[in-house]
Design a protein around this ligand. Structure first.
Ligand code: NAD
Length: 485
């Protein structure tokens, strides 16, 4: 892991990793450990605690104890604490970025990008304010006041692909709205998440920001816990359904941010030399492992061949390594590597045309590397079109009729993001309004801002993170209604 730097007492060290419970760094109650593999080298990463139900009980008790006083602090005080936490994260970005490369497999350039986006997102969250007491009726008969109160104890369950950003998205919103949060990292990427909570010890009272690392069953222990009030979850559709089922037992509140299979519709008027590499860059970012990225690219038939060759040129120049800017890292873990390889094998079985990359892993690289692969105009029912690949494989498809391409783009159970690419913004917006997705971008994709809600249509999620809509998901709404006269 990244080495400790001793230039300032405020810098974290990144060699040992602990749970954070009730204001302390601690091992798991069972004293058991686990570890992960660096996906680029397959070297073993350091040990992290292997938590179980006892650890969950301790953390939930501490969060319950902390909840009342955290909730009664003025909004401004909580905002300031989150803003200071963002500053400290920025000051420690180097250690976090290096650790992120080693646990997740993204390039150092992308890891720095994730840290930058996270700090901006936390600052954006810390600048948001939900309305305080709002007088919603006031006449001779009655006075009514609407206000928002924290839900109680939140649990943030996050995946391995963007672990720092996705954790802080939840942590920032939970904390400013007055809810202590217990962070549960993915078993595949626990290191940065534990360090985030360690850093949080400097800014938040005991029990307010805690983290527990463990195996796959830790999530279900947390979602089943009767004293947890909210689950804020990012992950796959399949796990989201299990979380929803578990939450139903105690009617816990939940926000589900799930998978996506985003269409990008490319109109005939685009500047091919700029837009083809831009879309290829976005699609292969983080080795294709981002929930909202172009995952099906529909290109107008009149420019298809030139556009595809622009994308091929971009893909061919990507180096397979983690220490350069124009590069692509490995797939993040063995389970995902096997899943993407099965999609590649299916393209081979169906004899689909490969425009760049390969259906076979590159030889002699050691880690879970795969070539950035473009599939040339596969049929709409190919697995690589229907499924969320979550890896460096991208179908590029031809279209000719606008109504039909909108129908093809919407023909999925997913509805996270989508994009339209055109010089004519009015026309692009007309198409965007017909796409079934929580975020539809024009001439960009996957840009996020703490001020805007981000959520999915259909099976891509329930509720939203970000914006005032996101904050309201962390609160009860209450009306105090006085009868007068
Ligand atoms: P996953 O669903 O396998 O795991 C997500 C988290 O849930 C992990 O922390 C895991 O340990 C935990 N978990 C597993 N079983 C659980 C259970 N029964 N109860 C509670 N928690 C449980 O997802 P993944 O493979 O880590 O991540 C990839 C998926 O996440 C992709 O589908 C991607 O699109 C999606 N994702 C969505 C967003 C979003 O904001 N919409 C963001 C990032 C990733």
């Amino acid at each position: 892991m990244a080495s400790m730097s001793n230039t300032s007492g405020l810098e974290l060290e990144f060699t040992s990793f602990f749970n954070v419970v009730d204001g302390e760094l601690c091992k798991a109650y069972s004293n058991k450990f686990r570890s992960t593999l660096n996906p680029a080298t397959l070297n073993q990463n350091p040990e992290v605690p292997f938590s179980s139900a006892e650890d969950v009980d301790r953390a939930v008790d501490a969060a319950r104890k902390a909840a009342k006083s955290w909730a009664t602090l003025p909004w401004k005080v909580r905002q300031e604490a989150v803003a200071k936490f963002a500053d400290a994260l920025e000051a420690n970005s180097n250690g976090f970025a290096q650790t992120l490369v080693q646990e997740q497999g993204k390039t150092i350039h992308e890891a720095r990008g994730e840290l930058y986006l996270t700090v901006q997102y936390l600052r954006g969250t810390a600048s948001l304010t939900l309305p305080g007491d709002e007088l919603i009726d006031n006449n001779e008969q009655r006075k009514a006041v609407r206000r928002y109160t924290p839900l109680g104890v939140a649990v943030g369950i996050v995946p391995w692909n963007y672990p720092v950003y996705l954790a802080c998205q939840r942590v920032g919103q939970a904390l400013i709205t007055g809810n202590p949060i217990i962070l549960k990292p993915s078993p595949f990427a626990p290191y940065c998440n534990l360090k985030l909570a360690e850093l949080g010890l400097r800014f938040f009272p005991p029990g307010v920001f805690q983290a527990l690392s463990g195996e796959a069953d830790l999530g279900s222990i947390l979602t089943a816990h009767p004293s947890v009030d909210l689950i804020t979850f990012a992950g796959s559709v399949a796990t989201g359904k299990k979380v929803m089922e578990a939450c139903s037992k105690t009617l816990k509140r939940m926000v589900l941010e799930l998978g996506g299979n985003d269409p990008a519709i490319v109109m005939p008027d685009v500047d091919i030399a700029t837009i083809a590499p831009t879309i290829a860059y976005l699609a292969f970012a983080n080795s294709g492992q981002i929930c909202t990225l172009p995952k099906r690219v529909y290109v107008h038939e009149s420019i298809y061949d030139n556009f595809l060759s622009g994308m091929v040129n971009y893909a061919k120049n990507l180096k397979l390594r983690t220490d350069e800017a124009v590069a692509i890292g490995p797939v993040s873990n063995k389970a995902q590597y096997d899943s993407v390889k099965s999609l590649l094998a299916d393209t081979e079985t169906r004899n689909l045309s490969i425009a760049a990359g390969s259906t076979k892993p590159p030889p002699n690289l050691g880690g879970y590397y795969l070539m950035p692969t473009l599939v040339d105009n596969p049929p709409d029912d190919a697995r690589v079109v229907v499924e969320e690949p979550f890896g460096p494989i991208l179908p590029v498809l031809k279209w000719s009729n606008e109504e039909e391409v909108i129908q093809r783009a919407n023909d999925t159970n997913y509805g996270l993001g989508a994009s339209v690419w055109s010089k004519d913004i009015t026309n692009a917006e007309r198409i965007a309004r017909q796409l079934q997705a929580g975020c539809v971008w024009i001439n960009t994709h996957a840009e996020l801002d703490a001020k805007f809600p981000f959520g999915g249509y259909k099976q891509s999620g329930i509720g939203a993170e970000g914006g005032l809509e996101g904050l309201k998901g962390y609160c009860n709404v209450q009306v105090i209604w006085s009868k007068l006269g």
